[in-house]
Ligand binder design. Structure first.
Ligand code: SF4
Length: 447
């Protein structure tokens, strides 16, 4: 299980928790854990000590569904009393077919239903004043110095390879004031880096008609640009993830150039060939993407662009794949993830003809990553000799592992700092870059 135990486990109903899936699911787990602790349940780290286990599942692709089903099976075998929540909860039939013994199944973000299921099995303990001694920002599963800030749920797009809108519903933005209050509480509790996440960050507020509200004496719209302006007031790193490539994304680049938010954009492009993009039901204009990336870098030369792509999409020809390789060579993206097409049960793309054989798709992925590794290595060389501010993630044996503005936790590279015995976890420090590899940098503390 992935969660550390809370200290007061004696004479208290004990819940085990397994958290799977993406950062959005992680935020759901944090909310449920916070509620469990607020109500006085103890969170335990082993199946055997738990009175029951909650499994927060992922249902994004087939491999994730299998991992979730396996995790439910393991919790049932080790503990026996299991409540399932999260994305796969929308597929109750599938879960029941594999594991008829689960006690209850709820869908994503349905915290109240999870709590009702827990109450039905395990009554909450009598209130105790110390139970309320929780950080104002709730329980986090990330280290103390960074936190995911979820600004909306669901998605209005209909990408043909994705079933997230079906699992999580249409876009529902959190009110701006609520998001900013959570961000303030996180910063008060010691968070140095806020990672803004959503299924589609750039659509933030469209469902609320970009309603304006006041915060710290200024008026802000419920809109990605204004959210960035407001978060930029908090004096911590702000990193944007899952930004769908709308034209208005260009509005945040000046904020990046001005140091209000990190010059880092995680913008999933998925492909470059117009026909494939159309079949994916994504914006089909790679020349525009190329042109925009160049304009952004003119305005903000340090901008790090991260993207993800799918190769082996049904019908993708060798020529279309070559076009994708040309695109990444020209765009010189900094960080890239690449997946072979994976048929998700219920995705419209599965009905497309001419599936690419698995070994061809895998060979394309290998070629893609080989091409990107050279680009990434070349891009990182520009940092050699420069001073950078980094955030320390760990210190051991005199070496620290940190991240610069160009590195999101867990998915990007790191900065390895020699002579770092004096540095501390969660500390901002200035370093001088001494070397670079394909994804990581080497550095020493700046004099
Ligand atoms: S933008 Fe597309 S891929 Fe992303 S969650 Fe929405 S439908 Fe899925």
């Amino acid at each position: 299980m992935s969660v550390t135990a809370s200290p007061d486990v004696r004479n208290t109903p004990r819940v085990g928790f397994v958290s799977l899936g993406c950062p959005k699911a992680l935020v759901d787990s944090e909310r449920i854990l916070t509620q469990l602790r607020v109500e006085g349940y103890a969170i335990v780290g082993g199946y055997r000590e738990a009175d029951l286990v909650v499994v927060n599942t992922c249902g994004f692709i087939e491999a994730a569904q299998q991992e979730s089903l396996d995790a439910i099976g393991e919790a049932l075998a080790e503990n026996g009393k299991v409540i399932v929540t999260g994305c796969l909860g929308k597929r109750a039939d599938l879960i029941r077919a594999h594991h008829p013994q689960v006690l209850a199944i709820t869908g994503p973000q349905d915290y109240a239903a999870v709590m009702r299921a827990v109450h039905a099995q395990l009554a909450p303990p009598a209130r105790h004043p110390f139970v309320d001694l929780l950080p104002a920002s709730g329980i986090k599963l990330t280290p103390r110095h960074y936190a995911y800030l979820k600004i909306s749920e669901g998605c209005n797009h209909k990408c043909s390879f994705c079933i997230i809108p079906r699992l999580r519903g249409p876009l529902v933005s959190r009110p701006l004031g609520e998001v900013l209050r959570e961000a303030e509480a996180l910063v008060r509790d010691g968070v140095k880096e806020l990672l803004v996440v959503a299924q589609d960050t750039s659509a933030y507020g469209v469902d609320l008609h970009y309603a304006a509200s006041a915060w710290r004496g200024h008026e802000y719209r419920t809109h990605m640009t204004d959210l960035c302006r407001a978060l930029g007031e908090l004096g911590v790193w702000v990193r944007l993830h899952y930004v769908y490539p709308y034209p208005h994304v260009s509005e945040v680049i000046p904020l990046m150039a001005a140091g209000r938010v990190l010059p880092y954009l995680d913008i999933p492009l998925q492909h470059a060939n117009p026909r494939i993009l159309k079949a994916m039901r994504r914006p089909a204009a790679s020349e525009k993407a190329l042109q925009r990336i160049r304009e952004w870098r003119t305005l903000c030369p340090d901008l790090t662009v991260r993207s993800t792509f799918i190769v082996g999409f049904p019908g993708e020809t060798e020529r279309e794949f070559e076009e994708l390789l040309d695109f990444i060579r020209q765009a010189e993206l900094d960080r890239v993830g690449c997946f072979t097409y994976s048929p998700v049960d219920g995705a419209d793309a599965n009905a497309l003809a001419e599936w690419v054989p698995a070994e061809v798709a895998e060979e394309r992925r290998r070629l893609f990553m080989e091409t990107q590794a050279k680009i990434s290595a070349q891009r990182l060389k520009r940092f050699i000799g420069r001073e950078l501010q980094v955030l320390v993630d760990s210190v051991a044996d005199g070496e620290a592992v940190a991240r610069s503005f160009a590195d999101a936790p867990e998915i990007d590279g790191v900065v390895r700092i020699a002579d770092a015995a004096r540095l501390q976890l969660g500390q901002f420090v200035r370093v001088r870059v001494t070397g670079s590899a394909q994804h990581d940098l080497d550095a020493i503390p700046a004099a």
